[in-house]
Design a protein around this ligand. Structure first.
Ligand code: SF4
Ligand code: SF4
Length: 326
């Protein structure tokens, strides 16, 4: 399961493993691999199953998966989600697009592609993306019984959060039922996936002398848009009084300001808008704004690109290939 922190892939992996091992008698294992354990950063949750008479003899990451579930479509741009996918494996993507569109954007893999609009279902059922994706994964595996997973969800949520149980069971069922699977493994243009073991850029034999860091972290070049979970702050200039409370609470300095004229002819600083490249959708600015000039909206495709105000215009110019003077 390829996900970002906050979408619940780790819990989904645990529930799936528990259903297979404790309710159905398979041997199995699961664990998750986090980066900085921060909301919005990429995480991977791995689940392995073997028949009851076969031991699971490895606890390393799954590098040749049969099923890959992508909890956030933005990860298709930033993570090698198909690396090692077995021939005719299954890729499930949380997406509002068609399976054909997703297949094309994945590079036309030799695979079955499944799409499920997990975010829309989760919002509609007042649940979370992970439960919907869990339903889709169970359907794709074909050997895990949905009832076994429902039992684990009941046991997990029923005790701790009984008020959330019904909505999560509905979300699970919708993920199972609404998954649209399309087999592209026989399409003439399908491309087999090769497996590339992730490797560090250098090792002890070819590290730069003196331990020099040649590619330091850079907050200007970061792109946090993949961390948004389907919602973003929309800015309404007509209601803004330029009080800057939003900028005070924003952890990622997304707000863009400029000097402009006041009615009396003098000059003042005005809020121009938001650079959505740096916005992770935490919504702190919405709570801070006293005039409703910022509202929480579902992120429609293309909205961020159309409404973003660049914080670093020269960076945008260089990304677009224009000549840049430093
Ligand atoms: S939601 Fe608001 S506070 Fe949060 S990162 Fe985006 S602009 Fe900043
Ligand atoms: S908090 Fe609201 S009113 Fe104040 S500058 Fe930000 S958007 Fe404008």
């Amino acid at each position: 399961m390829e996900s970002i922190g906050g979408l619940g892939a780790h819990v989904a992996g645990q529930i799936l493993a528990e259903a297979g091992v404790l309710r159905m008698g398979f041997n199995g294992a699961n664990f998750s691999s986090y980066g900085s354990e921060k909301k919005g950063s990429p995480i991977k949750a791995y689940v392995r199953f073997c028949a009851a008479d076969q031991e699971v003899r490895t606890s390393s990451p799954v590098d040749r998966p049969h099923v890959v579930a992508v909890f956030h479509e933005g990860l298709l741009k930033t993570e090698p989600v198909l690396s090692g996918l077995l021939p005719a494996g299954v890729v499930i993507v949380n997406s509002a697009h068609t399976a054909d569109h997703v297949w094309q954007s994945l590079g036309r893999p030799f695979a079955t592609v499944g799409v499920v609009n997990a975010l829309a279902i989760a919002v509609g059922e007042r649940s979370r993306v992970n439960t919907v994706m869990l339903g889709a994964v169970v359907r794709a595996t074909r050997f895990i019984k949905p009832e076994a997973v429902r039992d684990v969800i009941r046991a997990t949520l029923g005790e701790r959060y009984p008020q959330l149980l019904a909505s999560n069971l509905r979300a699970f069922d919708r993920g199972y039922r609404d998954l649209l699977l399309e087999d592209f493994s026989s399409a003439a243009e399908s491309v087999p996936q090769s497996y590339v073991r992730p490797a560090p850029p250098f090792g002890y034999l070819d590290a730069p002398l003196g331990g020099a860091v040649l590619d330091p972290g850079n907050t200007v070049l970061k792109d946090l848009s993949v961390s948004r979970n389907g919602f973003l702050p929309a800015f309404h200039r007509g209601k803004c009084v330029d009080c800057a409370l939003c900028d005070l609470v924003c952890p990622d300095f997304c707000f863009v300001w400029a000097v402009g004229p006041k009615p009396d002819g003098s000059e003042a600083i005005h809020l121009k808008g938001i650079d959505y490249r740096f916005c992770k959708g935490c919504m702190k600015c919405i709570d801070a704004c006293p005039t409703l000039a910022l509202t929480r909206e579902r992120e429609e495709e293309g909205y961020a690109e159309q409404h973003s105000v660049p914080l670093f215009p020269r960076l945008e110019a260089s990304r677009n290939g224009a000549a840049v003077r430093h």
